[in-house]
Design a protein around this ligand. Structure first.
Ligand code: NI
Length: 183
């Protein structure tokens, strides 16, 4: 089922998301719906707050990159209750967008290498290290669980320039190809 994506200005995007317990109702349905919602909106990552749920779940599928980079394209994951364990001091920049902030793309600096702990859908624990674009996307989605958005991480000058576009999204003056829940 395709869920509406909550856009910039909705309070849920600014909450620190809560961990879920093993008995969270219909977890697999929720994760299936999150993937379906993300594919429909042509995104490569989605966090639960973006569908209005302040809980610690994120999904990523980098399949659109498979022709350019098969290893990257094979990266598909659902992370439950992730915890960032380490971030390298070295940073790399990359262009980002967000399904909750339609039409905005900005360059963001992120740690080059990260180590993260998470649980899969069967609640098996994983501790993994990611680098490059994978690390970039994981950090973007993880930020959603901490109530941060990529537009918080641009330079003050860029943020100033973005202000009116963000205000327009808050006011609901935005159009996109997928179903949204406006603020
Ligand atoms: Ni996002």
């Amino acid at each position: 089922m395709i869920l509406p994506i909550y856009t910039y200005g909705n309070a849920v995007l600014r909450k620190v998301a809560e961990p879920i317990t093993v008995d969270y109702p219909e977890l697999s349905t929720l994760i299936t719906n999150m993937f379906e919602t993300m594919y429909h909106a042509e995104g490569v990552g989605l966090a639960a707050p973006q569908v209005g749920l302040p809980i610690r779940i994120l999904v990523i599928d980098l399949a659109p990159f498979k022709e350019d980079d098969p290893e990257l394209g094979a990266f598909k994951v659902a992370m439950i209750n992730p915890t960032m364990l380490e971030k390298s001091a070295a940073e790399v920049s990359g262009e980002e967008g967000c399904l909750s902030i339609p039409g905005v793309h900005e360059t963001v600096l992120r740690a080059e290498v990260i180590k993260i702990k998470y649980f899969d859908i069967d609640f098996n624990e994983h501790i993994e290290e990611f680098q490059g674009y994978k690390a970039h996307v994981v950090q973007h989605e993880y930020d959603h669980l901490e109530g941060h958005l990529f537009t918080d991480r641009v330079t003050p000058i860029r943020r100033q320039l973005l202000k009116s576009r963000l205000t327009n999204i808050v006011k609901g003056k935005t159009s996109c190809s997928y179903k949204v829940k406006k603020a």
